[in-house]
Design a protein around this ligand. Structure first.
Ligand SMILES: [Zn+2]
Length: 308
């Protein structure tokens, strides 16, 4: 029997949203190339490698907690709960950006959930230092969502965290990564603004075996239970950049050759994994509601996926 009280994840500092938070444009000094950075000689991201055959054997039932980047300033918990039954393996990320509390508050709740099948892994505050100071990130940390696949000996801590997350995905044979973020404006209210500050209430899928139909159906199911303004927009699969084109807003930076460096690229690095990136809008939408909408969608996705 697992107790929900086993996991103490520290209280959140609820400071509200004092500044527009965007996925694509840092509010700080240059941190890493944004999606606005022109790149040359773009090529298509290679097709996803063939996933391993058959589901992995179940892990022993119970909850384990370990630290990523243990014994460093950036140490942050991974909470892994195993049902003891064969099934999907899901990883939920929160706190990739420190000024997006709806995402990490939701992730902290998910860390207490009990999977009905497979395993549920959660990293509630991936960039824990940024969440403590309520900043998107800092130049000395790097931007985790511009750092995949990262490097274990990377110069910036978030490059090392990206590498640690990739290691978790590989070790547990995770097949779905759900990355919880916030933007400022709402996508459906963006008007002439096509920038990254208006991708709130959107859901995007990265490369991987999970189908667009699966994600779209989950989004549409949630949309029947929320208000018209809260409606989520499925933005489709991570679009491949066209030659000499500026990448679409909100999908993270790219490395030479046009490959995405956001979490949406995880499926290109680990066979059999698909990432979904969710943005809730902060503008005139209270923090608790952003958290709850993340939880609504997570419940829908994980139930349809067979974990809950
Ligand atoms: Zn974010």
């Amino acid at each position: 029997m697992l107790g929900a009280g086993l996991v103490g994840l520290g209280g959140a500092t609820l400071l509200g949203c004092s500044a527009p938070a965007t996925e694509g444009s840092s509010i700080l000094a240059p941190v890493a190339p944004s999606e606005a950075t022109p790149t040359e000689s773009r090529v298509d991201v290679p097709s996803t490698p063939t996933p391993p055959a058959g589901p992995p054997p179940p892990l022993p039932a119970g909850r384990e907690r370990r630290q990523l980047l243990a014994d460093t300033l950036w140490q942050t918990p991974l909470v892994a709960t195993h049902s003891g039954r064969e099934g999907p393996r899901v990883l939920v990320l929160g706190g990739v950006h420190g000024n997006e509390p709806g995402g990490w508050l939701a992730a902290e709740s998910v860390a207490d959930w009990e999977p009905a099948a497979g395993s549920l892994l959660v990293i509630p505050r991936a960039n824990v230092v940024a969440t403590r100071i309520f900043e998107r990130t800092l130049p000395d940390l790097g931007d985790l969502n511009r750092s995949y696949p990262g490097a274990a000996d990377g110069l910036l801590p978030m490059s090392r965290m990206a590498s640690a997350i990739i290691d978790v995905v590989r070790e547990f044979q995770v097949d779905l990564v759900l990355d919880m973020h916030e933007s400022w404006g709402f996508y459906l209210e963006r008007g002439a603004n096509s920038g990254t500050a208006f991708i709130g209430q959107t859901v995007t899928k990265g490369d991987g075996p999970l189908t667009e139909v699966f994600v779209r159906d989950a989004v549409e199911a949630v949309n029947t239970r929320i208000t018209a303004r809260e409606e989520l927009t499925f933005r489709g699969r991570l679009p491949q950049p066209a030659p000499n084109a500026t990448p679409p807003p909100g999908l993270g930076g790219t490395q030479p050759g046009g490959r995405s460096t956001s979490s949406l690229s995880i499926g290109t690095h680990v066979p059999g994994t698909t990432a979904i990136l969710v943005e809730m809008g902060q503008m005139e939408q209270p923090e608790y509601r952003r958290r709850d909408l993340h939880l609504l969608l997570a419940t829908e996705l994980l139930t349809r996926h067979g974990v809950l």
